[in-house]
Design a protein around this ligand. Structure first.
Ligand code: ADP
Ligand code: MG
Length: 571
């Protein structure tokens, strides 16, 4: 036994520090070790912090009194282990650690060399808490970083093999009543706790810690240079903001695109950056909020100004920059120039428009050719002096009318005509149209009925356009009833809208036709244009209204035109 005592003291003296796990079997052996540990310490003028039960310490103290002076014994600071480990409360590593800090910080701050002896305790009948392992890990950290000696004592009879195995991972040395060895498990698979040293003195930094610190610094430098090249080499403009939303720097791509130099914008608040148009400034606090709550702003389209006042279409994204504790302490904003992309999109839209116009032109030629041929034929007949001139004139007039209709329908589609919105009595307007189409209705044995809820309803509208819509739907209804029937035109008000319904008793619109309704030139009629529905819907949409189709095959179709009541009023 005396061998181990000498060995322990020699070890601690030569190493200068050490974290020792002492698992004892016999109380006598334990007492002798403790006495020797304290004696050796006070002989070197060290302060000794001694944590143990009162009864055990009383024995040890009596033995110490034999050989040490009172002045020397004053170097021993005794703390009751039952209180230190708070055995009457559930074990909590954090609480114990706090006490540990309270005791050791004043010593280390005063530059006093000290050694620690602690006999671990935990509530009776309770298993050694798992937190004990964390406590020992933290203790090991402070021992190695601060360079003092600590012996952690455990009664072997109260200790499970599992706990011993765990604790050996956090102690460099393992002492028993029989031997002192280097812990075979030390630091192997030790759980990593992201620690900040509970207390430390720069001057006491160990070689091991210096090496770790250097490694961390190297890693930090590597990360910084990666970030640096990410910013400088980025082809997209990048703005780095600090926590106060002030510009720390911008990259060359920024300078190239916007014309402002790094020096000119550095220190400016993000919200007052000259590249941001006044009406887009709201984006800055919004994006900041997203970033400061740890989230990214995914790319969205916006507009920015160059120094010369010209505008740039941009895609903005930003992400938080995190400090070492992963808290956002600034953010990076990437401002991608998408002007070219937008131009390409516009080109596409124009191309589409052109192709529609192309389709229209082909249709127009086709549509107009027939009536023109007819008119030509009749002119020829008139020249040759036929008898029933009136009939020719009538047919010619109707064919020319057809050309006119097609052209005006097309014009309406191609370009919104100069629109003059005026308040018009909608019932009167519909009656005008009915008068116009009565002849055709009679010809087809169709009776037009009206059901107007209110004769005095007025609508703020472009009269001719609304008339055209009514003509289209009434014509369609008449044409849907080749064997005659009734067309009911309703005028009603409800849910803030004005509704005009055209209810026919025709064959209905089959599913496949319904799907294509509104496509230009889609018609099922031999002489149809396939433009009426499309044009009508466009007109109604221009009036902020909607067109709905309810159709049942063999029973009929209802076309409902709804217009917002803001534009409907009473006269
Ligand atoms: P068009 O009348 O020149 O054919 P529209 O765009 O007005 O062109 O109508 C497209 C097609 O929709 C018509 O050809 C017809 O098949 C169908 N349709 C429109 N209205 C009705 C209706 N009230 N009843 C049955 N089918 C209809
Ligand atoms: Mg039609």
């Amino acid at each position: 036994m005396s061998d181990q005592i000498t060995q322990l003291n020699q070890l601690l003296e030569s190493a200068g520090s050490g974290h020792v796990l002492y698992v004892y079997d016999e109380l006598d052996a334990y007492t002798r070790q403790a006495v020797s540990f304290i004696t050796c310490g006070i002989e070197q003028g060290h302060q000794v912090l001694f944590i143990d039960r009162q009864d055990r310490y009383d024995r040890i103290f009596r033995m110490l009194q034999d050989g040490q002076s009172d002045a020397q014994l004053d170097l021993v600071r005794y703390v009751n282990s039952l209180e230190f480990y708070r055995v009457r409360e559930p074990f909590c590593c954090g609480m114990v650690l706090e006490q540990y800090k309270d005791l050791l910080v004043p010593l280390s701050a005063g530059g006093i060399t000290f050694r620690l002896w602690a006999h671990a305790e935990w509530p009776e009948n309770a298993e050694a808490p798992g937190e004990l392992e964390m406590l020992e890990h933290l203790a090991d950290y402070s021992v190695t970083t601060q360079g003092f000696s600590a012996v952690c004592c455990y009664n072997g009879a109260q200790m499970t093999a599992t706990l011993q195995h765990k604790l050996l991972r956090h102690h460099a040395y393992w002492l028993t009543d029989q031997a002192l060895v280097v812990s075979p498990l030390y630091a192997k698979d030790a759980p990593f706790f992201p620690l900040s040293a509970p207390f430390r003195m720069e001057s006491q930094r160990t070689e091991q810690e210096s090496a770790m610190r250097k490694k961390t610094e190297d890693q930090l430098r590597a990360t910084q240079s990666q970030l640096e090249s990410f910013i400088t080499r980025n082809l997209d403009p990048v703005i780095i903001l600090n926590q106060d939303e002030k510009v720390i720097r911008v990259n060359q791509a920024f300078e190239r695109l916007f014309g402002w130099t790094n020096e000119e914008v550095m220190g400016l608040k993000a919200a007052v950056l000259p590249i941001i148009p006044l009406d887009r400034r709201y984006e800055v606090p919004r994006n900041k909020h997203v970033n400061m709550t740890g989230r990214n702003v995914e790319g969205y389209e916006s507009l920015r100004y160059r120094k010369d006042g010209t505008s740039v279409n941009v895609m903005i994204s930003s992400f938080p920059l995190l400090d070492e504790d992963d808290n956002p302490n600034g953010r990076a904003v990437i401002v991608r120039d998408i002007t070219e992309r937008m131009q390409a999109q516009e080109l596409l839209i124009r191309t589409e428009k052109l192709s529609i116009a192309g389709e229209l032109a082909a249709g127009i030629a086709h549509e107009i050719r027939n009536p023109v041929t007819a008119v030509k034929g009749f002119l020829h007949l008139l020249q040759s002096g036929g008898t029933s001139k009136q009939l020719y004139f009538d047919i010619m007039a109707s064919e020319i009318q057809r050309i006119e209709t097609i052209l005006s329908e097309l014009l309406m589609l191609a370009k919104p005509q100069a629109v003059h919105f005026q308040s018009r009595n909608i019932a009167a307007l519909i009656r005008d149209v009915i008068t116009l189409l009565d002849a055709q209705a009679n010809l087809n044995n169709v009776r037009i009925l009206t059901d107007f809820e209110d004769e005095n309803l007025c609508l703020e509208c472009e009269e001719n356009q609304i008339k055209q819509v009514c003509i289209n739907f009434i014509k369609n209804a008449i044409e849907a009833m080749p064997d005659g029937g009734e067309l009911l035109i309703q005028l009603a008000q409800g849910e803030g809208m004005l509704h005009i319904r055209f209810v026919d008793q025709g064959g209905g619109i089959p599913e496949h036709v319904l799907a294509r309704l509104g496509q230009p030139f889609y018609t099922t009629k031999e002489k149809g244009t396939g433009l009426g529905f499309m044009v009508s819907r466009k007109i109604i949409e221009n009036h902020n209204g909607t067109v709905r189709v309810f159709s049942e095959e063999r029973r009929g179709t209802t076309i409902e035109v709804s217009l917002p009541l803001e534009s409907a009023s009473r006269q």
